[in-house]
Design a protein around this ligand. Sequence first.
Ligand code: CS2
Length: 492
Amino acid sequence: MSAELSRLSRRTLSGVTTAARPAYDPAGLATGIVHLGIGAFHRAHQAAMTDAAPDVADSGWGIAGVTQRSTDVVDRMRPQDCLYTVVTRNGGDQLDARVLGSVTSVLHAASQPDALLAALSAPATRIISTTVTEKGYAATLSSRTLMTGSPLVARDLADPQPHRSVVGQLVGGFAGRADRGAPGVTVLCCDNVPRGGDLLRDLCVQFLEHWSSSRATEVASWVSRHVRFPNTLVDRIVPGTTAADAQALTRRLGYRDDALVSAERYGLWVIEDDFAVGHPRWSANDVRLVKDIQPWSEVKLRLLNGGHSLLSYVGLLDGRETVSEVMRVAWIRRLLDAWLDEATRSLCELPDGLDLATYRDQIVSRFANDGIAYRLDKVASDGSLKLPTRVGSTASDLMADGATAHVAALTLAAWLHYAEQPGTVLDDPNADHIGEALGAGGGSRALVERLFGSHGIAPLPAVLQDGFLDDVATALNTLRSRGISAIARLMA
Ligand code: CS2
């Protein structure tokens, strides 16, 4: 049926009556931001907040979105002049739909390296932002080091105009800016990586140290003088839009939109106020500018993201499919409460202006939102990268204080037990190594060591190496011998 409907574009925009339309003329919007990784999350989060900024058009804060290798987003957005709809729902049948015009173009990095480097080094580009997921930085997160041997990084290190890896693209852009005498630029890392701005700066510095170009020293000095890397925290639950969901929404909206994104209504972006040359006048409801991100990011990564991970592995072992579905299982809800208590106890400092009790209630109702279907297997992906920062950090602050971290231990054990189920196909950059570790035999403690030991696949800090890893092995033994119903009984 959607083939008969007109497709969203600048030509058809004036006919849209079922969704709010941009408050400015998208055709005249100039570009001031280049975003690496224009997936659903960016479109529903940073691009939506920038679209709503009152000076988006006057100050030229349009976004050139970059997709790395797949052309899927290009095919979805270019025929629509990069217009797309964000649908937000808080449960029930009510929805709020908005057409956004803040994306001005979509570039395909693999086939358009020159256009990419030109956009990154354009004098009008004042912000370069990234959402490429934890694995997209080609870094060992535990030691915060660039994987100089990874194929894309290695090729970029040998190239005077690097453009294949994310860090190579940034450095290629900086070199172009230095050449053109372009102004400085702010880099915003918008992934769930603690102190992601500091990480990206360190990775760029490491790249420059290994770069074969004779310009490496000159560009390094330009970067230290002209580039800011404030840390940020991003928060909005954005499940991928399923075909069935897209079809139902198309019917309600009355036009075809192949780039539509659905998300929850809640959205928050916290950014350290350290910009090289300005930023959009984002609404204070959307964006908080702060001095130090650390307390914000610890609260969110531990309570929300850690809670998500716990629900995903326990829920999958219990045969469930979505986050809102597991929230209706009474014992899992109680387990989430136990996690929220544990994660709260681990916090060293609370963010200024955040009411923790309200934030906690919000997490529970956001997870229970049945207006969005967030699949547990999506949250379960990339556990080897996600778990140390969400759950390992919680456990290490608790254990350093002499406290226990039982729910953290159970979460890690549930991940391993989920991974070893016969039907599981792990979506994780370390899937091969994890498969080998699972196949190596030797009992639960040995497996836990291969995963989380100091030289393991997802190494945890020294303070967790003894007692805590024993707790993970004990929880794994319980799951192996008595299954997930043992935990259900414990929480009854
Ligand atoms: C989730 C996050 O998939 C996951 O790992 O925990 O994507 C989460 O939905 C976002 O960080 C919410 O801001």
